[in-house]
Design a protein around this ligand. Structure first.
Ligand SMILES: *[C@@H]1O[C@H](CO)[C@@H](O)[C@H](O)[C@H]1NC(C)=O
Length: 223
């Protein structure tokens, strides 16, 4: 009797850690699931609609980014892999295998020039607290490691699409069916007239003008 009461109480106390609502169920390719967003962070003001279509194979996470309403296609043509492309226009995915609020996660970005940024972030405060450590470890040879990227700009219709493939081995996450991950997706918008100011848009609002707020990450389950 006593034992089962303790068990019941333990189950109650533990429940929040396991009962996180799933925001997105991601199928095996070629089916996809869409993370869509239309608002800025943190204001909630409108942002041109942005979509990330996700699916998986045994070895890769496939992300198709679509930026609608794009007018500037603004990037620095001198920037190459792992350059500071986030100073201009990018679409981003923050990715972590696990259900908790991560202190280390992968930051992936792509710009309209098909240039990518690939780094693990070390953010032990989980919210990039000023004065606390905050660091990046770059993947220095993403294409040698099996990453793929392809970008198509449709300037007449204001659409920028990028198809990205990210190896699941990076996360010890091959054959991901049944596993739960944490992710967030973002888009920055700027122009020659407004640079370096940016509109920050996101899937899950972080509540701050910062992307590096991990309790806000959405919960993604591979099915
Ligand atoms: C984008 O970059 C990747 C990696 O270098 C390359 O394989 C692909 O062909 C590029 N796509 C375009 C449209 O330039």
């Amino acid at each position: 009797m006593r034992f089962s009461t303790d068990l019941a109480i333990s189950a109650l106390l533990l429940a929040p850690a396991f009962a996180r609502n799933v925001d997105l169920y991601v199928p095996r390719c070629p089916a996809t699931a869409a993370a869509k967003f239309t608002t800025q962070i943190p204001s909630g003001s409108p942002c041109p609609s942005t979509e990330v279509d996700l699916c998986y194979t045994d070895t890769a996470l496939q992300l198709q980014f679509t930026a609608n309403g794009e007018t500037n296609f603004y990037y620095d043509p001198t920037q190459t892999t792992n350059g500071d492309i986030w100073e201009y226009e990018v679409m981003e995915a923050f990715i972590y295998k696990g259900c908790d609020d991560p202190q280390t996660y992968f930051e992936y970005e792509v710009n309209p020039n098909n240039v990518t940024y690939n780094a693990f972030v070390y953010n032990p405060s989980r919210v990039r607290t000023a004065g606390q450590p905050f660091d990046h470890a770059f993947i220095v040879d993403p294409f040698g490691d099996g990453f793929g990227v392809n970008t198509v700009l449709d300037k007449a219709n204001g659409v920028w699409k990028t198809q990205s493939s990210i190896p699941l081995a990076l996360f010890n996450g091959e054959k991901p069916k049944g596993t739960t991950w944490r992710m967030n997706f973002f888009r920055t918008i700027t122009s020659p007239a407004t640079y370096p100011d940016q509109q920050l848009c996101g899937w899950k609002n972080t509540g701050l003008a910062s992307f590096h707020i991990t309790p806000a990450f959405g919960t993604v389950k591979f099915i």
